[in-house]
Structures are given as structure tokens and as C-alpha cells.
Design a protein around this ligand. Structure first.
Ligand code: SAM
Length: 213
């Protein structure tokens, strides 16, 4: 899957076409000094906005696996003199960040591409600080995507075949232990590739487990 994603998105790094499917980064409210993480940061626009919001005592990280996107994002950060943003190459399920180190995880139209989505949600739950929150815009499938299409790297890279149903999406978040999940916006269904999908923006938090010894 990674190769098709890298080829598709590496080629889109210099284009100005919109790759988003919601308003994840605009729907979070980072404070000065906080740490933000954008999964699938693309050209880096949201990371740079978040870096500005958290100021010099905070930090914004962008994660992507397309080198073209990472280079574009780093060049823009340098041109704008942004020093509190870091872009690194990684898939979403194994992040080189310590546990309990991030206040906000944002992602826009990227998690549907991930091979192991439950592992991605567990990783989000791991890196979030207790009390931290995620805001994710993504697509879901109106009906389960047939197995042959869900395994087709080109179709997954086109941003539709990797989608899971709404119920499965919410179940994966709950299974990772994230709570207070709310839908902030949701589209009507539309056709994409060979599927019918819809876009939504979700938020939720990481709470202390409440268990005691
Ligand atoms: C549709 S684009 C969205 C980019 C950006 N969030 C935006 O709204 O403009 C998806 C991005 O996620 C990255 N991506 C997709 N799957 C990934 C994965 N498994 N690990 C890391 N990055 C991934 C792609 O390279 C691409 O830059």
C-alpha cells in the first residue's frame, strides 16, 4: 500500500488541489505551549497553522510517508521562518514519539489509507496525554468495501477503498479507549471511485482510566 500512496501523494505535493475532507485543524483549539501532531500532514499547511497557535514554547509535528510532501512542507516552514514545526516520515501505527506527549492529534483525510486502522487508533491513544484530544476529518463507506478493492493499493491510494463503515470507525476508536466522541460535521453520502462514501469530522478525548489498584 505504502508505495502506491507515496507515488500518488508525492506527485501531488506541488499541486494546489484540495486534499482535505473536513475542518479538523480548524476545529481544535491548541493553547500556547501545547504539542500538536498531524497524521498525514501533506504539504504541511495545518501543521504550520498549529505551530503558530502553540507559539515558541509549543511544538507541532507532521507525519507523512510521501517524501515529496515532507520536502514541500519543510521548504515552506523554512521560507516562513517557522522553527517549532517538525515533519517526519512514518506510517501512523508506529510513531517515534513518547507516550503521553501530545495534547492534540489532528488528521485530515488520511487515516482511511492506513493498513491497520485499529493499531493507528491505539497509537493515537498512546501518544495523547491524559486530557488530550483528537480531531479527525476522514471518510467512511456507506457499505463495507469488498475485500478485493480494500486490498487494491491503487484504489486505497485514491482515498475511497480503504474506508470502513461509520459503525466500524466508531468501534475502532472506542476499542482504543478514547472517549467523549462527538461528530462535529458530516456530509451526505457521495460517490467516490467504486464506492459511496461520506465525510465527517470527529473529536474525542483520552481520559484517565479511573481504575485503581
Ligand atoms: C489526502 S492527503 C491529505 C493531506 C493533508 N492532511 C491535507 O488535508 O491537505 C493524505 C496524506 O496522508 C499521507 N498518508 C497516507 N497514508 C499514510 C500512512 N499510512 N502513513 C503516513 N502517511 C500517509 C499521504 O502521503 C498524504 O500526504
Amino acid at each position: 500500500m505504502s508505495e502506491a500512496i507515496e507515488t500518488r501523494y508525492g506527485g501531488l505535493a506541488e499541486s494546489s488541489c484540495c486534499l482535505s475532507c473536513g475542518t479538523a485543524a480548524q476545529s481544535c483549539a491548541p493553547k500556547p505551549g501545547q504539542v500538536c501532531l498531524d497524521l498525514g500532514s501533506g504539504r504541511g499547511t495545518d501543521v504550520l497553522r498549529l505551530a503558530e497557535a502553540v507559539g515558541p514554547t509549543g511544538h507541532a509535528y507532521g507525519v507523512d510517508l510521501a517524501d515529496g510532501m515532507l520536502e514541500k512542507a519543510r521548504r515552506t516552514a523554512e521560507k516562513l521562518g517557522v522553527t517549532n514545526a517538525t515533519f517526519f516520515r512514518s506510517t501512523f501505527d508506529r510513531l517515534a514519539l513518547p507516550g503521553e506527549s501530545v495534547d492534540w492529534v489532528v488528521s485530515n483525510c488520511a487515516l482511511n489509507h492506513a493498513d491497520d486502522k485499529p493499531a493507528v487508533w491505539r497509537e493515537i491513544a498512546r501518544v495523547l496525554r491524559t486530557g488530550g484530544a483528537f480531531v479527525v476529518s476522514d471518510i467512511y463507506a456507506a457499505e463495507p468495501i469488498p475485500e478485493d478493492l480494500a486490498r487494491d493499493p491503487e484504489a486505497v491510494a485514491e482515498c475511497w477503498a480503504g474506508a470502513v463503515t461509520r459503525a466500524e470507525y466508531l468501534a475502532q476508536i472506542a476499542a482504543a479507549g478514547l472517549v467523549d466522541v462527538r461528530v462535529l460535521e458530516e456530509s451526505t453520502p457521495y460517490e467516490k471511485g467504486k464506492a459511496v462514501v461520506a465525510s465527517f469530522t470527529l473529536t474525542g478525548t483520552k481520559r484517565a482510566s479511573g481504575r485503581c489498584c
